[in-house]
Design a protein around this ligand. Structure first.
Ligand code: AMP
Ligand code: ZN
Length: 473
């Protein structure tokens, strides 16, 4: 399995530090609003990377944080007149709902910055003790960037070029920095902001330190893969490396993966630019699986432009797979009813081995730096193969083998292609009526049976004076 490493600018063979196990950290969102579909790109992409590694038998320990203390969260809290934890907790919950809609599996651990302050203070103190950080008169702690000899190795930036750019960026209050390149590890509280006690001043952490601390605590000093959107390469990931490698005396991450942007009209979708759609906006219009399919239809290092036209293509593509799966299910039901045709014929055996070849080709595409675009083309070829090699004469076991093959590939992509039976309102009402007449006839066993059946289907019944009311759970 090869992956492109931003650090070396090459595709490299994945060789986990501990064979058979991958420790992976993905920088998560700052929670002050509903996530937009640009934020959903890394979630979907790295969830698919995780699924593929598991498909190949690797055990993946996947950590992704929530940044729950930040200027934007504090601003939103002050506007609403609530504590900033009200805002962050609200949007963590909303983000988890969006992840579930998009079939993004929860991380092994989802740490929150505000719950890791002690670890941050400890790492900052280590950096001060080692001479990599210093405390200014007002209690701000800065990282001494030039002291870290490898600074710039990820973003391939030269310190002197950076210095030129930084001088003009110097903002007021930062005159106390020894060098314009130095960045904040801890800053004093301001009126109306959340704060914590520390050896230097009451205040809060800078942004970068949280990932260094959480990656160390929940994974290890040295991890296999660190990932995020490409806007994080500089300065966020560069600063994380400087903090972790100086504090831990070890390499921070072996491989660095970055997804390209999701654009709209050719420019990066972002909250600050105001050119965004939330995941909620889009899934009100399209099946969430279509959004997932759209994200995977391009390689993760290729910029992807969002448009209704491309979403319409994604919808078509996704539905082709869903239709093939529902035809298979129809044929399987038929074949099961007609059990005489259940044993696999010699011809069918040969076709099953041909179908397995698609998995080899799918894996080859994914082994090449997770090329989901090519992997999806292979799924389409398998769909075509299934459509042209199945009929009402096929045996049940043959059809089931093909279904399993298709599901294996769609599961790696995290695409749900089997539609759950939609329970119609009219079906529910018919069952309720049947329950009512069973009660009238004193057939309470039947009445209870129907009630249980409805509960199992997620329908809640309520007996009221006006009759039985129901709602979906
Ligand atoms: P943020 O909440 O801005 O820190 O972003 C959370 C994650 O989403 C980070 O990995 C970002 O790099 C990523 N991200 C933000 N906007 C986009 C975009 N338009 N396209 C792709 N990734 C993005
Ligand atoms: Zn991070």
């Amino acid at each position: 399995m090869k992956l492109y490493n931003t650090m070396t600018k090459r595709k490299e063979e994945l060789e986990p530090i501990t064979p058979g196990q991958v420790n992976m950290y993905v920088c998560g969102p700052t929670v002050y609003n509903l996530i937009h579909i640009g934020n959903a790109r890394p979630m979907i992409v790295f969830d698919t990377v995780r699924r593929y590694m598991e498909h190949k038998g690797l055990k993946v320990n996947y950590v992704s944080n929530f940044t729950d203390v930040d200027d934007k969260i504090i601003k939103a809290a002050n506007e609403e007149g609530v504590d900033s934890s009200v805002i962050s907790e609200r949007y963590i919950e909303e983000c988890k709902k969006d992840m579930e809609s998009l079939n993004v599996r929860p991380a092994t651990t989802h740490p929150k910055a505000t719950e890791e302050i002690d670890g941050m203070i400890e790492m900052i103190q280590t950096l001060i003790d080692k001479g990599y950080a210093y405390v200014a008169d007002d209690g701000t702690v800065y990282y001494r960037t030039r002291k870290f000899k490898d600074y710039g190795k990820l973003s391939h930036k030269n310190l002197d070029d950076l210095q030129g750019g930084m001088r003009s960026l110097l903002v007021s209050g930062e005159e106390q920095k020894e060098d314009p390149l130095d960045f904040v590890l801890w800053k004093p509280k301001k009126e109306g902001e959340p704060y914590w006690d520390s050896p230097w001043c009451e205040g809060r952490p800078g942004w970068h330190i949280e990932c260094s601390v959480m990656s160390k605590k929940y994974l290890s000093d040295e991890i296999d893969i660190h990932a995020g959107g490409e806007d994080l390469i500089f300065p966020h990931h560069e600063n994380e490396i400087a903090q972790s490698e100086a504090a831990n005396d070890s390499i921070f991450a072996k491989y660095w993966m970055h997804n390209a942007f999701l654009n709209i009209d050719g420019s990066k979708m972002s909250k600050s630019a105001g050119n965004f759609f939330t995941v909620r906006d889009i899934i009100a219009k399209y099946d969430p699986q279509v959004l997932r399919f759209f994200m995977l239809s391009a390689h993760y290092r290729t910029p992807l432009n969002f448009s209704d036209e491309i979403m319409a293509q994604a919808k078509n593509g996704y539905e082709r797979i869903v239709t093939s799966m529902s035809n298979l299910n129809y044929l399987i039901d038929k074949a099961d009813e007609n059990s005489s045709a259940s044993s696999v014929t010699e011809d069918e055996k040969a076709l099953i081995s041909q179908a397995a070849e698609y998995e080899n080709r799918f894996d080859a595409a994914m082994d090449d730096d997770f090329n989901t675009a090519d992997a999806i083309s292979v799924i389409f070829e398998l769909v075509k193969f299934i459509n042209s090699n199945t009929s009402e004469n096929s045996s049940a076991d043959y059809l089931k083998a093909l279904k399993k093959q298709l599901l294996t590939l769609t599961d790696v992509c995290g695409l749900i292609v089997e539609k759950k039976e939609e329970l119609l309102d009219s079906d529910i009402e018919a069952l309720i009526e049947e329950r009512q007449s069973a009660r009238k006839n004193k057939d309470f066993a039947r009445a209870d049976e129907i009630r249980d059946q409805l509960i199992n289907m997620g329908i809640i019944l309520e007996d009221t004076r006006e009759g039985v009311k129901w709602k979906r759970a």
